[in-house]
Design a protein around this ligand. Structure first.
Ligand code: TRP
Length: 459
């Protein structure tokens, strides 16, 4: 018998622990900043509602139906079709790639927790704090690699012990704490001089700036933030009890995750405009911007410590879900012991993450591909793996899974059973077509920029 969550709340906590992480607080503002703000946010919200939510329902459904991790689940429910098992393996590969760079960034949050404890931001101007980030991540590879290793060891240790026990308890305390801190910062942020400008940047779409890349970035970001498209939620769903309501649960998780992402943006951009820091800070954005904010608020040092520590825990609970998928697959497929599987897979991921921690390890990469190693991974995951994974899971749930099976899973314990026909139309048509459309326009724009520019595609 497989392990199960103790309660429905246990599942919600674990799944939101997976969803809420660096993607919300580090990824969302940085993507929004690079993709021009309002339009990206609009696309993002649309993607969560129309694509993310139905795909989340589909993943949990497939996981619970099959009682397996992705490869086994696709195999079992498709009558052992190799093509579908391959889709499962693609998800596992995505998990490996994501965790390899995710762990490096989680290492930065540890670094910044310690820097806050040492009061290292005191007396520095916003400009100095911006420079500090380059120094911390670029000029001391030993430190960055050490923190990456430390983080992976923690993730391996927890996954080796079994996800259900410790995780439920930790998330139950830390998630509400993070939520309260975010709301507090949000309220305090309204006092900033740049608040109005920040809000405008984030919520008023600039239609003249339309660029199809923003749509794909928003799609990828929504999948990443909700932990969809690679089988993580599917695997957690396989531990969900039969009687629990998939639809209400998915809605709760999506709302919470989206709130935290948008709130993180609402905290960050007013600071950016107040201190004139520039929106397109890229991957370093939160590390360059937030310490300046904490410096100038009452009890700022304490707030900084708590913030970075909670961000670290949010990253940890997300990383657990990533390693859990890969580990569960190795256990299910190869019959390894949990400890061996977690250690072997985690060790491999650590090694794969080294060039993300220290780009000099692959000096030719940037010349060859025109972007850094870590940036290439982010690009591949956001633009290819996750959207494709989402498309395939929705086709699977809509067309391969029998209607009686999906109906049973959808309606079990649910007061929202009446939404089934709507969900079916979404996963059968709207989600696959929507994802394809975004794919085609973006890639077309990337490779044939002239094609769309004269028309000024305004959809
Ligand atoms: N959703 C997490 C975040 O926002 C990251 C994550 C965890 C993830 N598991 C995933 C992303 C599975 C994609 C797929 O930080």
């Amino acid at each position: 018998m497989r392990g199960q969550w103790g309660t429905r709340l246990g599942f919600i906590l674990a799944a939101s622990g997976s969803a809420v992480g660096l993607g919300n607080i580090w990824g969302f503002p940085f993507m929004a900043g690079q993709s021009g703000g309002g339009l990206f946010v609009l696309f993002y919200l649309a993607c969560v509602a129309v694509i993310g939510l139905p795909v989340m329902i589909a993943e949990i459904m497939v996981g619970r139906r099959a009682q397996r991790s992705p490869v086994g689940a696709y195999g079992r429910l498709s009558g052992d079709k190799a093509m579908w098992k391959l889709v499962g393996w693609m998800g596992v590969a995505a998990g490996v790639l994501i965790l390899s760079f995710y762990s490096v960034i989680a290492g930065w949050t540890l670094d910044y927790t310690v820097l806050s404890i040492r009061d290292a931001f005191a007396g520095r101007s916003p400009g100095d704090i911006e420079a500090l980030f380059a120094e911390r991540t670029g000029e001391r590879p030993g430190g960055v690699i050490f923190l990456h290793a430390l983080f992976m060891v923690m993730v391996i240790a927890i996954v080796a012990g079994g996800v259900e026990k410790g995780l439920e308890r930790a998330v139950r305390i830390l998630m509400p704490l993070l939520f309260v801190l975010i709301v507090g910062l949000l309220i305090y942020g309204t006092t900033l001089e740049g608040f109005g400008e920040g809000a405008r940047f984030l919520f008023v779409p600039d239609l003249d700036e339309f660029d199809a890349g923003a749509a794909l970035a928003a799609l990828g970001q929504s999948m990443f933030s909700l932990s969809l498209g690679m089988g993580a939620i599917l695997t957690y769903g396989s531990y969900l009890r039969r009687k629990d309501d998939i639809v209400a649960t998915s809605t709760t998780i999506s709302l919470l995750d989206t709130f935290i992402a948008v709130a993180a943006g609402m905290i960050l951009f007013p600071i950016v405009f107040t201190y004139d820091l520039g929106t397109a800070g890229g991957e370093g954005l939160i590390f360059e911007v937030l310490p300046a904010f904490f410096e100038n608020m009452p009890a700022g040092q304490l707030v900084a410590i708590v913030f970075f520590a909670l961000l670290f825990f949010a990253a940890l609970t997300s990383a657990l879900s990533l390693l859990e998928v890969v580990t569960a697959t190795v256990i299910d497929q190869l019959g390894w012991r949990r400890l061996t599987a977690a250690a072997a897979v985690g060790g491999g991921i650590f090694v794969l993450g080294l060039p993300s921690a220290h780009a000099e390890l692959l000096p030719f990469w940037e010349d060859l591909f025109g972007m850094g190693f870590q940036e290439s991974l982010v690009f591949l995951i956001y633009n290819v793996f996750l959207p494709l994974g989402g498309l395939l899971i929705s086709v699977f749930a809509g067309w391969v899974l029998t209607r009686s099976a999906s109906y049973e899973e959808f309606t079990a314990g649910s007061r929202l059973a009446g939404l089934y026909p709507g969900w079916l139309i979404l996963v059968r048509f709207i989600v696959p077509i929507g994802i394809l459309l975004v794919f085609v326009t973006t890639w077309a724009e990337m490779f044939f920029p002239d094609l769309l520019s004269s028309e000024g595609a305004n959809e």
